[in-house]
Design a binder for this molecule. Structure first.
Ligand SMILES: Nc1nc2c(ncn2[C@@H]2O[C@H](COP(=O)(O)OP(=O)(O)OP(=O)(O)O)[C@@H](O)[C@H]2O)c(=O)[nH]1
Ligand SMILES: [Mg+2]
Length: 184
């Protein structure tokens, strides 16, 4: 059983008192919050939405053993006001640069859309600062096998470390859960 602990903007307000956490990052609307709900089997834990730009703060979720999951705001949403967008970019950058408790990052990429320029920039930045990451291809229930192959082909130019999931159908959610548990 996980609980929402707090939302924060900057380093002064990040959650304290635990040693390890994993985070979820990706384009707005890619399915980060829905994935957290699927992984925890708690459909109401993280707030999800049909409209992009739902998660605008860094959200910390924790279970009784202090296993900590972090839901980050989505990037690449064109319609977001510039000042909000800038704040979010700074927030995300600060988190990746400074967060000592962060032990693994899951970069979510839409199975249908494939890696976007923003996704590539995100991954390049993670590589540059030597942050470990695993790609999660989301919403696999929405794509045909042929589309999935196309996405995998372009993804393989960036990384071979990925898992294909569907939060809606539950595909590979148990497998991803095991991967996450291996970091705690
Ligand atoms: N078909 C399908 N839809 C999904 C899946 N996962 C998420 N969605 C839908 O995608 C939309 C966005 O999901 P969210 O989890 O809110 O996305 P997010 O990445 O947290 O978005 P932001 O908070 O805006 O960054 C919602 O309408 C979800 O129902 C999936 O596995 N399959
Ligand atoms: Mg969200």
């Amino acid at each position: 059983m996980y609980k929402f602990i707090l939302s924060s903007t900057d380093e002064n307000n990040w959650l304290k008192g635990h040693s390890r956490e994993v985070c979820f990052i990706g384009r707005s609307n890619v399915g980060k919050s829905t994935l957290i709900n699927a992984l925890t089997n708690q459909s109401q834990l993280a707030r999800t939405s049909n409209t992009p730009g739902r998660t605008q703060l860094i959200n910390f979720f924790q279970d009784i053993n202090k296993k900590t999951l972090v839901d980050l705001p989505g990037y690449g949403y064109a319609k977001m006001p510039k000042n909000v967008k800038m704040k979010m970019i700074v927030m995300i950058e600060e988190y990746f640069l400074r967060r000592k408790e962060l032990i693994q990052t899951f970069v979510l990429i839409d199975s249908k859309v494939g890696p976007t320029i923003d996704d590539k920039l995100m991954i390049d930045s993670l590589k540059e600062i030597n942050r470990e990451f695993i790609v999660v291809l989301t919403k696999s229930d929405k794509v045909k096998q042929s589309e999935l192959h196309k996405t995998e082909k372009s993804l393989k130019k960036i990384t071979n470390d990925y898992i294909i999931v569907s939060s809606k159908k539950g595909t590979n959610i148990q497998k991803l859960k095991k991967i996450i548990n291996s970091f705690f």
